[in-house]
Design a binder for this molecule. Structure first.
Ligand code: GAR
Length: 194
């Protein structure tokens, strides 16, 4: 479990790669009176994406990390995390795979949202694969990050019905709306004892 005792707000970082709708929903949750988190840092591997613009507008320290060399990138990230006393990391559409070394360094302190009903459809193109396989439901999962891709303990999960008229775009859109509610709910659940 995350060990965060005797503090009012927990310093958190959000890692993104693009649009940032989950970042947005986590940030607005963090501003609620009863929230225990403070978003201090945004890490992104791409410059000038919507999520970065949003973070800057909201005056959150934002670092763009070049991922050509994963080792160097993670070293930089670790420094930023230390500098900002980050205790909890939320991956929100971060499309890079963290190294075993990094994941173990922040063991039980990295949370991810994935657009499928894990353990089904790990990896990419989740909704497309669910439609092709004629699944009745897709959905999303908030879970701990471990060395194994999309495999850590599940915190919360929500189903979304696949309609006969759905293509992966319409389904992704509907699931994203659910994701944006599920992520804050999962954080709240995770920290309810602190
Ligand atoms: C979300 O659908 C999230 O579940 C997915 O990327 C999207 C990011 O949207 N993450 C993954 O696929 C990670 N494996 P956002 O930038 O609007 O939050």
């Amino acid at each position: 479990m995350v060990k965060l005792i005797g503090k009012k707000k927990i310093n958190c970082a959000v890692f993104i790669s693009g649009r940032g709708s989950n970042l947005k929903s986590i940030l607005s949750y963090s501003k609620k009176n009863n929230s225990k988190i403070n978003i201090r840092l945004v890490i992104c591997n791409k410059p000038s994406v919507n999520g970065v613009n949003f973070a800057k507008k909201n005056k959150i320290e934002t670092k763009i990390v070049n991922y050509k060399n994963k080792y160097k990138a993670e070293k930089k990230i670790t420094n930023y995390l230390k500098k900002n006393n980050i205790e909890l990391i939320f991956l929100a559409g971060f499309m890079k795979i963290l190294s075993k070394y990094f994941v173990n360094k922040y063991k039980n302190k990295i949370i991810n949202i994935h657009p499928s009903l894990l353990p089904k459809y790990k990896g990419l193109n989740t909704h497309k694969r669910a439609i092709i396989n004629k699944e009745k439901f897709s959905g999303c999962t908030v879970h701990f990050v471990t060395e194994k891709l999309d495999s850590g303990r599940i915190i919360l999960q929500q189903k979304v019905k696949i309609l006969s008229t759905d293509d992966y775009k319409s389904l992704s859109k509907r699931v994203l709306k659910v994701e944006n509610k599920l992520y804050p709910k999962a954080i709240n659940k995770l920290l309810s004892n602190f």
